[in-house]
Design a protein around this ligand. Sequence first.
Ligand SMILES: [Zn+2]
Ligand SMILES: [Zn+2]
Length: 389
Amino acid sequence: MSTGRGVTIRAAVSRGVGLPPSIETLTLDAPGPDEVRIRVEACAVCHSDLSYLDGTWATEFPLVLGHEAAGYVVELGNPVADSEGASEPGLAVGDPVVVTLVRTCGECRACQRGHDVACTGDFPIASKSPLVAADGDRIPQGLNVGAFAEQVVVHRSQVVRLPDDIEPLAACLLGCGVLTGAGAVTNTARVTAGDSVVVVGCGGVGIGAVQAARIAGANPIVAVDPTPDKRESARGFGATHVVDPVHDDLSATITAATGGPLADHLLITTGSPAALDGAIELLAPMGQLIIVGMAADDVTIEVAPSWLAAANKSILGSKMGTIRVAQDVPALIEHHRAGRLDLEGMVSSTHALEDIAEAFEEVWRGDVLRTVVLPNVTATQEQEAPVPC
Ligand SMILES: [Zn+2]
Ligand SMILES: [Zn+2]
């Protein structure tokens, strides 16, 4: 139950485009009704965080970023535990949980139709951030979470109970990257056994897509990335073919891999405009282009409608993999427990909160699958025990 009192936390506050975040002491309000306070054990850096920091997407500063998190419930706002009609199971203090950016009211038209990512509900936490700076100003939670911080308060619909046998360091990837990639394959594309799948971009979202395609029985699975290490990683996670988009002939590779018909599903998991060039021509008849990665606000593509109509091709947007949090996160946990979904192998490095700028640099360089910030671990502790899983 809520104590009604806020707590003092350290958080990484981003105060402008191109500026490294500053570690500041903030007050975190107590959780209100239907809200949960969580001690953040791990929060992965997602490209969406950096898209705000480098100005690709417009936003107002300051804000606390970080939206791919796992940790433990510290406090429940009344009446979370006893809510009737909730689709989420009840939560208790001490429960391990994963946190996502997707909030659902359960009542709007989108929620009633199972379209969690299109929820139009109103949430008190959306208009009044629980984060308060030393000067009294409220600091928004970046992408509904703000988990580059020792603790967060979020709406309960953003929280899924974890089993006790999964480490937060691995589980946090289910908060955005893997959830999005896997959701794009299973929910948006509805990949089935024997389908040919091409995944462009082999970061956390792309590898999540490759793994989900393998679990679905897709074949071939062609992974495309300009970075050699990422191509090799993709092969390890289930890609049957890998392609360097700069030096290899992607069309020829897909043609050879599929025996000619090209891609049933081509998923663009990067925001790079170059990834969209010629993508439509790589689709088989009945094929789908699925746009998962968020390009900059001013990027557009040209499409000849006859290309789509004549061969029954389609273009689908996939926000957060069209996921339904309460169903899809538990399903992925079951895949992980059964050994089908490797999360631990996707964690490239870990960093203490005070070293968050270093974590951002790694992601900007593009040479990691997933970099994870450990907000409650000091830099000294982190150096002594890197990557505990
Ligand atoms: Zn994300
Ligand atoms: Zn809703």
